[in-house]
Design a protein around this ligand. Structure first.
Ligand code: ATP
Ligand code: MG
Length: 321
């Protein structure tokens, strides 16, 4: 649905995006995680060409945006909604007026506009707030207006720039649940950027880690977790530096059982080994239970025990001595 190739954006000598390739599949929620200044907003603004890339191409829904003129681009942008950290609402307009705004620009007739606004406010859970002004709304309600407005043109893609980072944790979860519902019910493809791992954990199917204008790793979350040395795994399940000879077991989406299944006690029962647990973390990620466990294995059958764990689909890494 979104294909970014060799994207570079420089502001004078500052290179904000430095050779990014990104592939977002239709119907997925793709999260880009990175610290402040990593180039996330610049990347997002290049996807709908609010910023002209210095180099590279952007294709959305099969249409190469970087090859379009301004007029065609304006039409193409109607298929791409965007929401913002600070909502970017018009304070002098009511909730209904804000949602109607893009429809006015598109030249949608008044009656149809009113119907569509009502439908959109219903969709985001703001049916009773049509006449309210932004100043009378909570942060979560303001973002719901932002989402309704972004959906006005029936986009197939939604871009989200830190849409929840001005919200408290509970409100964040309710907005994420709304995005997930829109994704599921309408097949809406969502590209979101965030500096919060929790956002990636709770709604994303795929993720990329961005640093200093570059993508460090990207892919489906289950695949990333299964990849040795994954940065995402390091961030999700931090462990102290591995002592020589210690064993790190990563439970991933490819594991046939549940991460909280007592594999360790199985190993102790089946093999002549002792297991010392050195640390670990476990979480629900993208709907699957995943985690890491650091142990020290001692005993005659240590190698056989490691083989057993690998055969069960676990990623098993032994720190070199
Ligand atoms: N319009 C601009 N002119 C000059 N430099 C810019 C411009 N926009 C961004 N930059 C620079 O590009 C780099 C990346 O900025 P960007 O806003 O994309 O980062 P970000 O990852 O979104 O950060 P944050 O998490 O703080 O929003 C920064 O060094 C920033 O100063
Ligand atoms: Mg930003």
């Amino acid at each position: 649905m979104i294909k970014v190739s060799g994207l570079r954006k420089a502001y004078g000598s500052v290179v904000a995006v430095d050779g990014v390739d990104l592939h977002v599949r239709e119907g997925e929620i793709f999260g880009v995680l990175g610290r402040s200044g990593a180039g996330k907003s610049t990347l997002l603004r290049c996807v709908n060409l609010l910023e002209r890339p210095t180099e590279g191409s952007v294709t959305v829904g099969g249409q190469e945006l970087t090859a379009l003129g301004e007029r065609e681009l304006r039409r193409a942008r109607q298929g791409i909604g965007m929401i913002h950290q600070h909502f970017a609402l018009l304070s002098s307009r009511t909730v209904a007026g804000n949602v109607a705004f893009p429809l006015e620009i598109m030249g949608v007739p008044r009656d149809e506009r009113a119907r569509r606004v009502e439908e959109l406010l219903d969709l985001v859970g703001l049916a009773g707030k049509a006449g309210a002004y932004p100043a009378q709304l909570s942060g979560g309600q303001k973002q719901r207006v932002g989402i309704a407005r972004a959906l006005a043109g029936r986009p197939s893609v939604l871009l989200s720039d830190e849409a929840t980072s001005a919200l408290d944790p509970g409100t964040t979860q309710s907005i994420l649940a709304l995005l997930k519902r829109l994704n599921r019910d309408f097949g809406l493809t969502i590209l979101l950027i965030t500096h919060e791992m929790d956002v990636i954990k709770s709604v994303c199917d795929s993720a990329a880690i961005m640093s200093e204008g570059r993508i460090e790793e990207a892919g489906r979350i289950a695949d990333l977790l299964a990849r040795p040395g994954s940065r995402l795994t390091e961030e999700l399940f931090p462990l102290p530096p591995a002592e020589p000879g210690s064993v790190t077991i990563t439970f991933t989406g490819t594991y046939s059982g549940r991460a909280d299944e007592p594999v360790v006690s199985q190993v102790v029962r089946k093999f002549d080994v002792d297991v010392n647990i050195l640390g670990g973390a476990l979480e629900d990620v993208a709907g699957v239970s995943a985690g890491r466990l650091r142990v020290r294995l001692t005993g005659e059958e240590s190698d056989a025990a490691l083989r057993y764990l690998r055969d069960r689909g676990l990623l098993v890494e032994v720190a070199s001595r």
